[in-house]
Design a protein around this ligand. Structure first.
Ligand code: URA
Length: 274
């Protein structure tokens, strides 16, 4: 009897802890879904009577203070100048044959977005869809990236999106070290022209290349590093998230840090100019 009464509280504690961790997991999941554009969950009955969740898209980001719209502090002249410089760089790369990818690609995938963006994302290399359309992140991973951007209160057109490689590696293989070395100067020029306030690396190749490290993305993510003085967040690649949806919550944590820092920097600019 005595033995049982001693064991009883321990079992209760175990159940309580289990319940707590389930509740915390549900909370994180809901916060993440809200952040990524899903507002409510309704339970409906499927034909075999199993409850199925139905997700509804929301119209406004919840608990996501929108970033004070980016470009107010940037003059029209600056925008025109930046756009022109990017166009010139694009034309230069169009005839690039430093590596064989220039021959095998369908289209150059230079970059897309606001030429004076406060936030710039850097991915790995174009995939099939990007190669066909000449625009980065337009496939499934790209659709998820668009959701991520919207979750922090921005649109694709507010930010700038580019890759380490501008041409598709055949069969979506990983970029080769020599391809990265040859193509990297183009990305560096893009960053110099755009002058983002915050950079965000998507995945291993962008993170390791710009930080010149071999450390795994799992240890680099979640905190700000610096690239030539620019705050530099590392997070998981959206294609990885499609295969590992449980890590979406980590990306949401990273993106909230990006959103908060951007808001802080923009507020500082505003205070300075008034
Ligand atoms: N993955 C990338 O890293 N870049 C793209 O443009 C598309 C998929």
């Amino acid at each position: 009897m005595e033995k049982q009464s001693k064991q009883q509280p321990r079992q209760d504690d175990l159940i309580k802890n289990e319940l707590k961790s389930i509740i915390n997991a549900i909370k994180t999941h809901i916060e993440f879904e809200r952040g990524f554009g899903i507002d409510t969950v309704t339970i409906s009955k499927s034909i075999n009577n199993l409850p199925l969740p139905v997700y509804h898209k929301k119209t406004l980001p919840l608990e996501s203070p929108a970033i004070n719209s980016s470009s107010d502090h940037i003059s029209k002249n600056e925008k025109v100048r930046s756009r022109k410089l990017l166009e010139e760089l694009r034309n230069e790369i169009l005839s690039c044959h430093k590596c064989p990818l220039g021959k095998t690609r369908t289209n150059l995938v230079f970059g897309v977005g606001n030429p004076t963006a406060d936030l710039m994302f850097v991915g790995e290399a174009p995939g099939r869809d990007e190669d066909l359309q000449g625009e980065p992140f337009v496939g499934r991973a790209g659709q998820l990236l668009t959701k991520i951007i919207e979750a922090i209160g921005l649109n694709r057109k507010d930010v700038y999106i580019a890759n380490i490689l501008k041409c598709r590696p055949p069969g979506n293989r990983n970029p080769l070290p020599e391809e990265i070395v040859l193509c990297l100067p183009y990305l560096i020029k893009q960053i110099e022209i755009i002058k983002p306030k915050v950079l965000c690396a998507l995945g291993t190749f962008a993170a390791q290349t710009l930080l010149d490290t071999k450390a795994p993305v799992g240890t680099l993510r979640g905190k700000f590093h610096a690239y030539k003085g620019i705050p530099f967040m590392v997070t998981f690649h959206p294609a990885y998230l499609l295969r590992n949806p449980n890590d979406k919550a980590k990306v949401w944590e990273d993106m909230k840090k990006v959103r908060d820092l951007l808001n802080e920097l923009l507020q500082k600019d505003k205070n300075y100019s008034t």
